[in-house]
Design a protein around this ligand. Sequence first.
Ligand SMILES: Cc1cc2nc3c(=O)[nH]c(=O)nc-3n(C[C@H](O)[C@H](O)[C@H](O)COP(=O)(O)O)c2cc1C
Length: 393
Amino acid sequence: MPIITEIEDLHRIYRRRVPKMFYDYTESGSWSEQTFRENKSDFDRIYFRQRIAKDMADRSTATKMIGQDVSMPVALAPVGFTGMQHWDGEIKAARAAEKFGVPYSLSTMSICPIEDVAANTSKPFWMQVYTLKDDDFMQRLFDRAKAAKCSAAIITVDLQLLGQRHKDVKNGLSAPPKLTPASIANMMTKVRWGLGMLSTKRRFFGNIVGHAKGVTDPSSLTTWTAQAFDQSLDWERIRQFRKMWDGPLIIKGIMDPRDAKEALNVGADAIVVSNHGGRQLDGALSSIRALEPIMDAVGDKIEVHLDSGIRSGQDVLKAIAMGAKATYIGRAYVYGLGAMGQEGVTKSLEVIHQELSTTMGLCGHRNIEEVDRDILMVPKGFSDGWDRAPHGA
Ligand SMILES: Cc1cc2nc3c(=O)[nH]c(=O)nc-3n(C[C@H](O)[C@H](O)[C@H](O)COP(=O)(O)O)c2cc1C
């Protein structure tokens, strides 16, 4: 195994090993990619206060997310097409997460279906659901998650409309991949990936094909997807979803304090401050900058999580110190998966854990639950100072 010391090492290997179509799918934001870039670069604008002569021995990053024990406050975010990054990718990522003691979230748009992931893992995972029009499909998705003993549902609320990623359009992104002269030529250079894919039967959207009305084979999927998402979604509809699922509920994709208050009213157990990794509203704030006004509005009433832009344990610590109870990583673990399967996901978690633990120590803390804003220097105007305050309606 090559020496991996940072997430970027996994990224470089990932880029070499996975077909361009799926690399581009991961490594893109919508439109100009401003938000995608700033999700990452805004973490670099926050500094730590170094402390010395404080007891830094026996550090613990263990805490809870929605009441469930986690070895560090980092869950694997729901990521569509994961089983195209590496054969049986969802099962491998879920296994790495359970061994590490962190939650795994399975996307609605996964390749391996819920039942398959449940049969191949031993701890409950979380199920992410999109807000689709089809009531029957939605109820069945929640029921299937319940039967698979999922210990939370995540409703993603920021994808009523799809933000365009130029490369996906140009590459003709699909699962299984469309065979064009360019995609065939590229896939022929990814021998390990190709052989792995040939060794598995899991190559279609396993939660959809055979489950959604009229989608009995992959060719009918495109038509289904085009009309499945509900552009007229409102909070009343989200309340209906709440009734379909009686377990712990996380609402993902909140960027405004007003929406955070609505999520609280719906009866969510946690919200995720997230802009979908810069894949939806291009020009939205980075999620780390959006966090503080949301903490002010609901932070004492509901658990607040954060994702988008996290590539290191330092980023995790900054989010926690800014008030988030926990974080999620998307691309950081997909790089590991595409680079070297389950082992790569484990490696991404190890890298982030080590960075988190050491940085916490150097800031003078031994326990993640004691970390607060005091360890940070945040530039003036980082989260406010807009001509109209984010709280204002
Ligand atoms: C390739 C890719 C696919 C994604 N698919 C989904 C999805 O199916 N459902 C969802 O709720 N979020 C999805 N997301 C968003 C992630 O859950 C998460 O919000 C995002 O990756 C966080 O940003 P990061 O990648 O910078 O960590 C996806 C993100 C990526 C990069």
